[in-house]
Design a protein around this ligand. Structure first.
Ligand code: COI
Length: 329
């Protein structure tokens, strides 16, 4: 048995090495993302591991089949960039890592919200400029706010617990309500109801075509004036241009965006000393009350180790038994 992993970062390498040693299975690692060219160099491998938010190469699963690859394991949770129909046609088993650390992402949501509520990035900038005055940046406390959680899977549920710990009133919406939460009466019955009641909206659902640009001019108009929006899910859920307009006119008091609809060539790349031609993105970076982070909500030691180990264990399980707990097709 032999695997190859793409898009491997330096911080993942010790985990790959440790797994390789513990399991006695060779795992080759490649720093670059999977491309059409790399698909031609897979002969002899049984499984391929990927991790990227952008699109995978065209006809990838067809190529994997030609190379007798049995399993394609992603080290992350989101499968929105995979053509699962093509995987099925080519009989490639696909696995993901559904729960590497829901807390990592849930904690990041509250981390970013707290920064917005207490204006810490503004105070940091002012202090560096030796401006030590307080006004007008008076903060808000979470216990005075209603937090609307969209998506109540593992991450959403972790977020609910954390926000409740801060004393916030939490409401939620999910097309597939969780029975235990339902009994607690946490759910509102529609997006519109959540938009009307929430002071903070935190998004923890997968990206589906139905929710493309869920947050847009029309939905923002239904929200409370001064709402905060936190997106650690997928960039495609927000119409960024509409959000910028709403931040500028005060309808949205602040936003924390860990994902961006055109992030794949930007995030986890070094753009220092290079011109970014994406005007919408450049405009976002100018806004004091928008916190942009490069898709790092997941990025904790626990999560990284789990992503590597669970993806490799899944690939191994598929090769040995034809299935895995994390199989998604
Ligand atoms: C995911 O797990 O789907 C994420 O968004 C994390 C990222 C490294 C791809």
């Amino acid at each position: 048995m032999k695997f190859i992993a793409f898009n491997v970062r330096e911080d993942e390498l010790p985990y790959f090495k440790a797994w390789e040693k513990e399991n006695g299975i060779q795992v080759d690692t490649v720093h670059e993302a999977l491309t059409t060219d790399s698909l031609d160099q897979l002969a002899g491998y049984d499984g391929v591991l990927g991790l990227q938010t952008g699109t995978y190469p065209q006809k990838m699963f067809n190529k994997l089949k030609e190379n007798n690859i049995k399993v394609f394991s992603i080290r992350n949770v989101g499968v929105d960039n995979l053509d699962l129909e093509e995987a099925k046609q080519n009989e490639i088993k696909v696995t993901n890592v559904p729960a590497y650390s829901p807390n990592a992402i849930a904690e990041f949501s509250v981390t970013q919200l707290m920064q917005l509520l207490r204006n810490t990035t503004v105070f940091r900038r002012k202090v560096v400029e030796h401006d030590f005055r307080w006004a007008p940046f008076v903060g808000k406390e979470l216990r005075s706010l209603t937090v609307g959680v969209i998506g109540t899977g593992r991450i959403g549920r972790a977020a609910i617990n954390i926000y409740r710990g801060f004393g916030a009133k939490v409401i939620a919406y999910d097309v597939y309500p969780n029975p235990a939460l339902d009994r607690e009466g946490i759910y509102v019955s529609s997006y519109d109801e959540l938009f009307a009641q929430a002071d903070v909206i935190t998004m923890h659902m997968p990206a589906t075509p139905a929710d493309h640009h869920l947050i847009n001019a029309a939905s923002i108009a239904k929200m409370k004036k001064g709402v905060y929006i936190i997106n650690t899910a997928r960039g495609s859920l927000i119409n960024t241009a509409d959000l910028i307009t709403a931040v500028k006119n005060g309808q949205v008091a602040g936003a924390a965006l860990d994902t961006y609809e055109n992030e794949s060539t930007l995030f986890n790349h070094d753009w220092r000393n290079k011109e970014i031609k994406d005007e919408t993105f450049n405009e976002l970076l100018q806004l004091d009350n928008v916190l942009v982070t490069p898709h790092v909500a997941f990025y904790t030691e626990i999560a990284v180790q789990n992503m590597v180990y669970i993806a490799l264990n899944s690939a191994k399980a598929v090769c040995e038994t034809g299935t895995a707990e994390t199989l998604i097709n």
